[in-house]
Ligand binder design. Structure first.
Ligand code: ATP
Length: 278
């Protein structure tokens, strides 16, 4: 899926201001905006720009949102793929797809490739990689061939070429070490589940976007304290459910009643998923 911010319609809109909390992660990932905007400022000084960043963390906590914000803020097209797409194809097509992906990105550079769930293709290879080259795994599985191709593509890229690969996973422990070497995904950004303060910020972000009877700040603190273990996606869901509830009950404005109703509804879901409460 390609989103081109230069396109007249359907362009990207996610900015860093749309990502609540995640203050440290934002600082770390923001560097990539500058690499994409002013690569020669670095390369003329002899610096080699990072080609990849790995976002580590549980689902629904803003990894995709952050990657999109990098693309928007650097006016670069954003090509999003999922690791599972490469292994669902038959007969060596995963590697060919990977080649095409990089070809496409280079033709649109500066450009961001976002690979969600990279663990689907980036698991430790059976044969091990040995010294440091690529392709030493020796396996013939779709997964290994795709991973080898990804390594070949990243190694073949000139760091000033303006293609940055951002990948995400919540299973860093299963990743092949070759992926984490210098010149590949050597920048790691941890995206933890939101703290109480971050949940408050996320609630405020979304409460500001609905018709609410009071200032978002009136509700956000209490809601944040009632939602340990919630992801940003869960929080967005609570606010949206509250607005939907108000509409279905033909109310003109969202009040504490709808927020509590939505909270109970979402709580019933995540509790079944046996969340770890923080
Ligand atoms: P996955 O691993 O499932 O792809 P993710 O970490 O990439 O998860 P996102 O797709 O970035 O999660 O987040 C899902 C949705 O949750 C976002 O579209 C947004 O509505 C909301 N959300 C999550 N985290 C935040 C945040 N920090 N600030 C604002 N909204 C957030």
């Amino acid at each position: 899926k390609i989103v081109d911010p230069h396109a007249k319609s359907g362009g990207l809109k996610t900015r860093f201001s749309d990502v609540a909390g995640l203050h440290e992660a934002k600082v770390e990932i923001r560097e990539f905006v500058d690499y994409l905007k002013r690569p020669t400022a670095y390369t003329t000084l002899g610096a080699k720009l990072p080609k990849g960043a790995l976002l580590l963390g549980p689902p629904g906590c803003g990894k995709t949102l952050l990657a999109k914000a990098v693309a928007t803020e650097s006016s670069a097209p954003f090509i999003a793929v999922n690791g599972t797409e490469f292994i669902e194809v038959i007969g060596g097509l995963g590697a060919a797809r990977m080649r095409d992906l990089f070809k496409e990105a280079k033709s649109r550079s500066p450009c961001i490739i976002y690979i969600d769930e990279i663990d689907a293709i980036g698991r430790k290879r059976s044969g091990g990689e040995g010294g440091g080259g690529v392709g030493g795994g020796g396996g013939s599985g779709e997964e290994e061939q795709t991973l080898n191709q990804l390594l070949v593509e990243m190694d073949g890229m000139d760091s000033a070429q303006g293609v940055i690969v951002i990948a995400s996973t919540n299973r860093a422990d299963v990743l092949d070490k070759a992926l984490l070497r210098r010149g590949r995904f050597d920048r790691h950004v941890t995206i933890d589940p939101p703290t109480a303060l971050e949940r408050k910020e996320i609630f405020e972000l979304y409460l500001r976007q609905i018709k609410l009877d009071k200032n978002p700040e009136v509700y956000s603190q209490r809601l944040a304290l009632m939602t340990p273990g919630f992801s940003g996606a869960d929080i967005h869901n609570v606010v949206n459910e509250a607005a939907i509830r108000a509409a279905t009950t033909e109310k003109k404005i969202v009040t504490v009643d709808e927020l509590d109703w939505a909270l109970q509804r979402i709580l019933a879901g995540p509790e079944k998923r046996s969340r770890t409460l923080s």
